[in-house]
Design a protein around this ligand. Structure first.
Ligand SMILES: Nc1ncnc2c1ncn2[C@@H]1O[C@H](COP(=O)(O)OP(=O)(O)OP(=O)(O)O)[C@@H](O)[C@H]1O
Length: 270
């Protein structure tokens, strides 16, 4: 684990922008994520949350700005290089490998940051066999960790909520210091969402800093240490989850000026 102290800045973005033609998906974002926290990232549809995550993880290259992770500039680095530096992610839509077992999904996470398989791996040398066994043991422990009991079953035959947990296990398999979760509770019921919230908290308690994109306000309120709210590619608000949810600008961004007034108390009562 990193020797960085709790609360020091793990990730800092300064004036980061990404435009697609006339669309300012991310428009001058500055934010910091302290080590050892769960940082929420909220905002209405199209606010730029996923684009920001794509910039941090190297899926997009920023048009401007700086992204510093553990004191090193990573803006514009490849996704592969950034993963090796200790940042990993899950996707808004589950992206598991079709036709692979649950265990193999997680094992592939371990190989993601390694050099290409050598000839020895094809011939299954004793060393490769031992490595493979060790990876499977670690993968099984990670699956225990996220509460998935299936091992040999095909991942695409599992319930959706379980697939999401497998994705988190695969992301953890890279040994990250920062994990970015893109709407991990999408499509889940309240009980499943709460279980994901508990998992997120335990991941943080194990020393992995978390950035959590969520539309589920309950989850943001209950499991995030702090939050940013984006709107139209910019940071609209930052503070404790409660401060963010109560901020009239945030309520307006979600519901609009002519919002049905009955929606706003519902948000406040969370
Ligand atoms: N590759 C792309 N090409 C063109 N436009 C894009 C691309 N990626 C994102 N955008 C646009 O950038 C804006 C921000 O999208 P983004 O997906 O980042 O928002 P979001 O906050 O994650 O939304 P949601 O909550 O619906 O996932 C949108 O207008 C989107 O259409």
């Amino acid at each position: 684990m990193s020797a960085r102290t709790l609360g020091s800045t793990l990730l800092h973005l300064q004036d980061v922008a990404k435009h697609f033609g006339g669309v300012k998906a991310v428009d001058g974002v500055t934010l910091s994520v302290p080590t050892g926290t769960v940082m929420g990232l909220m905002g209405p549809n199209g606010a730029g949350k996923t684009s920001l995550l794509n910039l941090i993880t190297g899926f997009y290259s920023p048009d401007q700005g700086s992204i510093v992770f553990e004191d090193a500039e990573i803006a514009g680095h490849s996704a592969h290089a950034i993963s090796r530096q200790g940042i990993t992610r899950t996707y808004q839509n589950v992206r598991l490998l079709s036709g692979f077992s649950v265990l193999d999904q997680v094992v592939t996470g371990m190989y993601a940051d390694r050099r290409a398989w050598s000839l020895g791996s094809l011939l299954f040398s004793p060393r490769e066999r031992r490595e493979r066994r060790e990876c499977e043991e670690r993968a099984a422990a990670l699956l225990d960790r996220v509460g998935v009991t299936e091992r040999r079953e095909l991942a695409d035959e599992l319930p959706y909520g379980t697939q999401r947990r497998v994705e988190i296990a695969r992301a953890l398999a890279t040994g990250p210091r920062l994990i970015l979760l893109d709407e991990p509770t999408a499509g889940m019921n309240a009980e499943e969402s709460t279980q994901i919230g508990e998992l997120v908290r335990s991941v943080r308690d194990d020393g992995v800093t978390v950035m959590l994109i969520e539309h589920n306000m309950r989850l943001i309120l209950d499991y995030c240490d702090a939050a940013y709210v984006m709107s139209f590619g910019t940071v609209l608000a930052h503070g404790t989850p409660r401060e963010c949810v109560d901020d009239p600008r945030v309520q307006e961004a979600y519901f609009g000026k002519e919002a049905d007034a009955s929606d706003i108390p519902a948000l406040r009562e969370l």
